[in-house]
Design a protein around this ligand. Structure first.
Ligand code: GMT
Length: 378
């Protein structure tokens, strides 16, 4: 099929998931057209089945706010008509769902064709940003106008029905991971650079937004490092990074914490990690935790949102209430002191990741798309 994908091209979970989905579909022979304002970060290879349409937003002295959504809808129209796309799959409702609605109407008036729109809800488009009164009417309308709505967890589905007047069914298709890619052998030399004396390695990766509570990661690490020789890698960047760096200094652990910024080779980094820490206020799913599990890292997370759907307490890692850094620290210390338990839980985390493998989840998307397969493409 010929599939248009609109997403954020940045390091955010929705963009990463959408890009990995497009790559997997292209590997299976579908023609995938990415429609974004920048090359998606994980689209770092050539594939003859992948096409990229850049949304250009011309500036003009009158515009304090250049109309991105209009430029996006126009680019969608061009891609649909010029490449005869079968459907549009948009990731993160704002502004992709409303732009897709607009594009659909324009294509219909120009060609008479009705192009199906699938909207995948990812998280903060529902739980944070989308609920804001400024956006809510447009978000509700454009979700309801989508031909198919999917959400990445049961929890997000419930949140969507709770917060918006949605009149249609929402299908849950979870995040997935390319297990082969993440389950590599750890690179010893890399491990030695991070933990030269065989210290245990804790890891956090995110876009350092408030919802991630990155200061809690530092607080947990400060308690752990009092008991166990350990290092912490902080991967990513965002508004809360300066506060986290300050806190590491104030707690006297800055020497054992590396803030390495945004990184692309997450599989190499996750492979050397013993514990992945995810202290978020909310996660609809927690894609980064799943990727860490595929790399055989256990996960210590909060029990917020959809996290209990992937992290099984006492099996693949541990969970605690949001903000309960003492419990998370105790959990980490206990497992890091017990190498047999740590090794067993790492294997269990890996097994759990396999349930969400690309091989298991991509066919669910294909099945959903097949409803919209045109006779000439069948
Ligand atoms: O918060 C992020 O990391 C980015 C955000 C996004 O939408 O770009 O991620 C959300 O989508 C991911 C992919 O579906 C989920 O795995 C994340 O849990 C979710 N983040 C939140 O709900 C906070």
């Amino acid at each position: 099929m010929k599939i248009g994908i609109a997403c954020y091209p940045t390091f955010g979970g929705s963009g990463v998931l959408a890009t990995e989905l497009g790559k997997a579909l292209a590997d299976k022979g579908h023609k995938v057209h990415f429609i974004t304002y920048q090359q998606p970060v994980r689209l770092n290879m050539f594939n003859a089945n992948i096409f990229y349409h850049e949304v250009r937003v011309p500036t003009y002295p009158l515009f304090d706010y250049p109309p991105y959504e209009v430029a996006l809808a126009s680019t969608m129209v061009d891609a649909i008509i010029n490449h005869d796309l079968d459907l549009l799959h948009v990731h993160y409702a704002i502004p992709h769902a409303s732009a897709a609605y607009m594009a659909k109407q324009i294509v219909k008036s120009k060609t008479g064709r009705i192009v199906p729109v699938i909207t995948t809800l990812h998280g903060t488009d529902i739980t944070l940003v989308g609920r804001d009164k400024t956006y809510e009417p447009v978000v509700t309308f454009s979700i309801n106008e989508s031909d198919t709505i999917t959400s990445v967890s049961e929890n997000l589905k419930e949140e969507t029905y709770k917060n918006f007047a949605i009149t249609k069914d929402i299908e849950v298709i979870t995040n997935f991971v390319d297990v082969q890619r993440f389950a590599k052998k750890p690179i010893d030399a890399f491990k030695k650079v991070i933990a030269p004396n065989g210290e245990k390695i804790l890891l956090h990766a995110s876009n350092f937004r408030k919802v991630k509570r990155v200061e809690d990661v530092i607080k947990v690490f400060a308690q752990v490092s009092k008991e166990i020789p350990a290092k912490l890698m902080m991967v990513g960047d965002g508004p809360e990074r300066p506060a986290a760096e300050d806190l590491a200094r104030h707690l006297g652990v800055a020497g054992d914490v590396s803030f390495v910024g945004k990184q692309e080779q997450m599989e190499d980094i996750m492979n050397v990690s013993d514990i992945f820490l995810l202290t978020s206020d909310y996660e609809s799913f927690g894609l980064s935790a799943l990727e860490a599990m595929a790399a055989r890292s256990i996960v210590i997370s909060t029990n917020a949102g959809g996290l209990p759907e992937i992290n099984i307490d006492g099996v693949t890692g541990f969970m605690a209430n949001v903000g309960d850094v003492d419990t998370m620290s105790q959990q980490a210390i206990a497992v890091l002191k017990d190498d047999v338990l740590l090794a067993k839980m790492k294997e269990q985390a890996f097994e759990q990741a396999n349930k969400f493998s690309l091989e298991n989840i991509i066919p669910l998307y294909e099945k959903m798309y097949s409803k919209y397969c045109r006779m000439d493409n069948a």
